[in-house]
Design a protein around this ligand. Structure first.
Ligand code: SAH
Length: 241
């Protein structure tokens, strides 16, 4: 029988392993989806691949699953970070969801000079990444970092991590990614609605690991730009090929 329900659990998974459910998970499985003892679901924890698990106990406030067999190995995404300046709530949620689906390894909200939002709810955004992984069949959940300032992130930039700098000032030019740096760690940077400031643009374009890229002849909203940039990167350097 194929398991349609996929659940992310914070629990080790292995042959015969019991997995205790949280109250929310029990509510979802037994209250909403009406599963009973003996029914099967797919579970993953971001580390041990995907497992077929059987309902062993079903209660209102809790329950237990038992792992039956591993159905898929852990599949890690390429080493790609998505750095983006958070925008309005619903659009920020969208960016996190799409980044998880598109195969980002790490999602980093970044405060730039013209970033409109000074706060994010990291826990809520992380929950969106979990939901996206449940939904898209992923076995890995990207970590959503806390909001950090762009200048500090650049100060501490790791050696050898290439940066795809999506610069709206290059709209319409033919700046593309070359496949030269395939297999290396990468990051994509998307600016806020207000775009990048001149000092930011200057600093970014001088960095030895930065690759300035245009996303075509139109200015895209930041959420569209994030998806377009990840598509472009996956196609040229990622795991689509
Ligand atoms: N307010 C700015 C646009 C910001 S768009 C202006 O009018 O100039 C938000 C972000 O999406 C940008 O900072 C950039 O990272 C990305 N972006 C949008 N369209 C782009 C394009 N055609 N080329 C490169 N980056 C783009």
């Amino acid at each position: 029988m194929s398991a349609k329900i996929r659940l992310y659990v914070e629990h080790a998974l292995g042959q015969g392993q019991s997995v205790e459910l949280t109250r929310d998970q029990a509510h979802y499985l037994f209250g909403v989806m009406r599963l009973s003892v003996g029914r099967r679901v797919a579970v993953f924890n971001g580390q041990d691949g995907e497992w077929l698990a059987e309902v062993a106990e079903a209660g209102k406030r809790g329950g237990m699953l038992t792992c039956v067999e591993r159905t898929r190995p852990l599949q890690l995404p390429p080493d790609l970070w998505l750095l983006f300046a958070p925008i309005k709530k619903a659009r920020t949620d969208f960016i996190v969801e799409k980044a998880a689906e598109m195969g980002a390894a790490r999602i980093m909200p970044i405060q730039t000079e013209f970033t409109n939002s000074e706060r994010i709810r990291q826990d809520r955004l992380q929950a969106h990444a979990v939901e996206a992984a449940e939904q898209c069949g992923g076995t890995f959940v990207p970590e959503v970092a806390e909001l950090q300032r762009l200048d500090r992130v650049l100060d501490a930039w790791p050696d050898h991590r290439q940066l795809m700098f999506c610069d709206e000032a290059e709209v319409g030019s033919a700046l593309r990614l070359s496949a030269n740096n395939k297999g290396q760690p990468w990051a994509i940077l998307i600016g806020p609605e207000g775009g990048f400031s001149e000092p930011e643009r200057k600093r970014l374009s001088r960095l030895p690991y930065a690759h300035v890229v245009s996303l075509g002849p139109r200015i895209l909203r930041a959420d569209t730009a994030a998806v377009a940039a990840m598509t472009m990167w996956q196609q040229a350097l990622g795991d689509w090929a």
